[in-house]
Design a protein around this ligand. Sequence first.
Ligand SMILES: NC(=O)c1ccc[n+]([C@@H]2O[C@H](COP(=O)([O-])OP(=O)(O)OC[C@H]3O[C@@H](n4cnc5c(N)ncnc54)[C@H](OP(=O)(O)O)[C@@H]3O)[C@@H](O)[C@H]2O)c1
Length: 331
Amino acid sequence: MKKYNVAVVGATGLVGSTFLKLLYEYNFPIENLTLFASQKSAGKTIKFGDKDYIVKGLEKGCFEGIEIALFSAGGKVSEEWAPEAEKSGAVVIDNSSAWRMVKECALIVPEINLEHFDSARKIVANPNCSTIQSVLPLKPLEDVFGLKRVVYTTYQAVSGSGMKGKNDLANTLAGGEPQFYPYNIAKTCIPQIDVFTDNGYTKEELKMVNETRKILDKPNLPVSATCVRVPVMNAHAVSIMVELEKPFTLEEVRKAFESQEGIKVLDDPQNAIYPVSTVANDNDLVYVGRIRRDLSCENGLLFYCVSDNIRKGAAANAIQIAKALIKENKI
Ligand SMILES: NC(=O)c1ccc[n+]([C@@H]2O[C@H](COP(=O)([O-])OP(=O)(O)OC[C@H]3O[C@@H](n4cnc5c(N)ncnc54)[C@H](OP(=O)(O)O)[C@@H]3O)[C@@H](O)[C@H]2O)c1
């Protein structure tokens, strides 16, 4: 089996370290591994398997010979360096939002739309974490019943803000003052993720709207979202209200979810079986439950899903894209 020269950009971060953990866990075919972070981390060593790797800073020509570059170092780094890696011939899989809405760059959840990859443009974007776990259950609903309208409400863990978010929750839980969030995250939910735009929505909310439309190939689908940060260390939850085109039974809906690769249905409310954040920790599934009729419109459905935002919402989805492209001989 062919092995690849792989680079991880942002290797010291939350997503970057999960990349390394999963590359090892999945036994990804690596010939050479190169780790990049900011200049302040250059020279640090990171263990991968039984070998120590020295972290490097980014510089001109640093992607020469790299075939797969996994980026998770923020939008600015991706904007500047992903084209450089692409020019060197690498397929870039980028976790930031920098390339997601660029028309020629595919935005991929591999179970849904791998065919969007176009080898003419080798920067592939990994969608926003809450969007990935939401579109996975929406896809079988679209295929069987048709989607007419979607409304998201999210309950997003602090790990979604990277190390700074996790440290702020740990610190405020221990009685310290907030250092990162605008309110004490140990004591309250915060209905703001990212900055507000002119229409009253945050950037995170608009990412969910626009990325859902792009992934599902439904540019005019009515979608809106409210995104909330909650005092949970890891795993995002999303409550999804969807208006379907066709009438449905709840049994048919359950079957549709169960037929989708990557989803596990947990839905026996009488016995307190439903998706809680802890069930998603450290695995790659999207858990779906609380499946019921929406009472406010015809053909309306409500359900709830949770997923590990650092794994399926970021690192796992990106590596699954790489594996799927390798399988189709596109890398
Ligand atoms: N956390 C999530 O749930 C999640 C989900 C999906 C996507 N993402 C995206 O993934 C990216 C990273 O998120 P994270 O949560 O892993 O953040 P993080 O824990 O803060 O890590 C950031 C990483 O980027 C590196 N970095 C910063 N500036 C750099 C520069 N100028 N050159 C090279 N490397 C640089 C950092 O290196 P140093 O250690 O040297 O500073 C670190 O390795 C972001 O774009 C984020 O939006 C995060």
